[in-house]
Design a binder for this molecule. Structure first.
Ligand SMILES: C[S@@+](CC[C@H](N)C(=O)[O-])C[C@H]1O[C@@H](n2cnc3c(N)ncnc32)[C@H](O)[C@@H]1O
Length: 259
C-alpha cells in the first residue's frame, strides 16, 4: 500500500446525490481515503470541539471494555490519528499495541503524536485494510475499532477478519455513532449533526472534500445499534452487546471470540 499522503482534493469527494447512499458507492474506499487525507491535520481538534469534549471519554470507555491484561497484544483498526491507540498504550499494560489504518495522512498525524511521547513506544502503526488484515490467525487478545466500521466498504468482511485475527477468548470492542433512540435527543442531534456541525467543522478544517457532510449522512444510512450488534453475532462472536453513551449519540459494542 502507498505510504505517502496524496495531494489534498480540491473538489468534493461526494455529490449530494451520492451522499444519499454513501455506503453503496463502488468506490467508497477511495473517497473515504481522500476525505480523511484532506481533514487529517485538523481531525483531532474537530473531534474535541464537535463532540463537546466527549470523544476522549468515549475512547476511555472503549479501553475499559477491552479488558486488556498485562502482556497481551492489542490491535486498533481504523486507528486514524491514533487517539484510541494511544489510550490503549497509556491505560493498559499491553505488551504491544498495533494501530492500523488505510489513510496515509491520518497515520502521519498519529506518528507525529507518537514521536512526542516516549510512553507511546509500544505502538506500531501500519497502513492496511480492515477487510484484509495483514496478520496471521489468532494474533491478538483484543481488537478495537472506533468510528471506523461505518466507513468500511463491507463491514461483514471486516468483522470476519476481526474474528480471524483474535485469539479464542479475545475481545472485540466497537465504538460507533448510531441514531439516538429517544425522539427528542434524535431531533436535537439531527439539527446539530445535520445542519450546524457540517458548516462549523468544514470551516475549522478548511475542507473541500465534503467530509463533514458525509458524516451525518453516513450515520443516518448505516445500520442502527441493534442491526450492528446482530451483524457482530453473525460473524461468529459470542456475547454481543451494545449500550448507549451520551444519550445514545455514541454506542459501545462488545463481543468475545468463543474459547
Ligand atoms: C472517523 S475515523 C476514526 C479514527 C479513530 N479510530 C478515532 O477514534 O478517531 C475513520 C478511520 O477509518 C479509516 N478507514 C476507513 N476504512 C478503512 C479500511 N477499510 N481499512 C482501514 N482503515 C479504514 C479511515 O482512514 C479513517 O482514518
Amino acid at each position: 500500500m502507498q505510504e505517502t499522503a496524496p495531494a489534498q482534493p480540491t473538489a468534493p469527494s461526494w455529490t449530494a446525490r451520492e451522499l444519499a447512499a454513501p455506503h453503496t458507492q463502488a468506490d467508497k474506499p477511495a473517497r473515504v481515503q481522500s476525505m480523511f487525507d484532506a481533514i487529517a491535520p485538523s481531525y483531532d481538534l474537530n473531534n474535541r470541539v464537535h463532540s463537546l469534549w466527549r470523544d476522549q471519554a468515549w475512547r476511555r470507555a472503549a479501553v475499559r471494555a477491552a479488558q486488556v491484561q498485562a502482556g497481551q497484544d492489542v490491535l486498533d483498526v481504523a486507528c486514524g490519528t491514533g487517539d484510541l491507540t494511544q489510550a490503549l498504550a497509556r491505560r493498559t499494560q499491553a505488551k504491544a499495541v498495533t494501530g492500523l489504518d488505510f489513510t496515509a495522512g491520518m497515520l502521519e498525524v498519529a506518528r507525529v503524536k507518537q514521536a512526542r511521547d516516549p510512553d507511546l513506544a509500544r505502538i506500531t502503526y501500519i497502513q492496511g485494510d480492515a477487510m484484509a488484515l495483514p496478520f496471521a490467525d489468532a494474533s491478538f487478545d483484543a481488537l478495537t475499532i472506533a468510528f471506523g466500521i461505518r466507513n468500511v466498504q463491507h463491514p461483514d468482511r471486516a468483522l470476519a477478519e476481526f474474528h480471524r485475527v483474535l485469539r479464542p477468548g479475545g475481545r472485540l470492542v466497537i465504538l460507533e455513532f448510531h441514531r439516538p433512540r429517544n425522539p427528542l435527543v434524535r431531533w436535537f442531534n439531527g439539527v446539530y449533526a445535520g445542519h450546524i456541525m457540517p458548516r462549523t467543522a468544514t470551516l475549522l478544517a478548511r475542507d473541500k472534500s465534503g467530509a463533514y457532510r458525509y458524516l451525518p449522512k453516513s450515520v443516518g444510512s448505516f445500520m442502527d445499534a441493534e442491526q450492528l450488534r446482530a451483524e457482530v453475532a453473525r460473524a461468529g462472536f459470542a456475547d454481543a452487546t451494545v449500550r448507549p453513551l451520551t444519550m445514545g449519540i455514541c454506542w459501545l459494542h462488545g463481543a468475545v471470540k468463543r474459547a
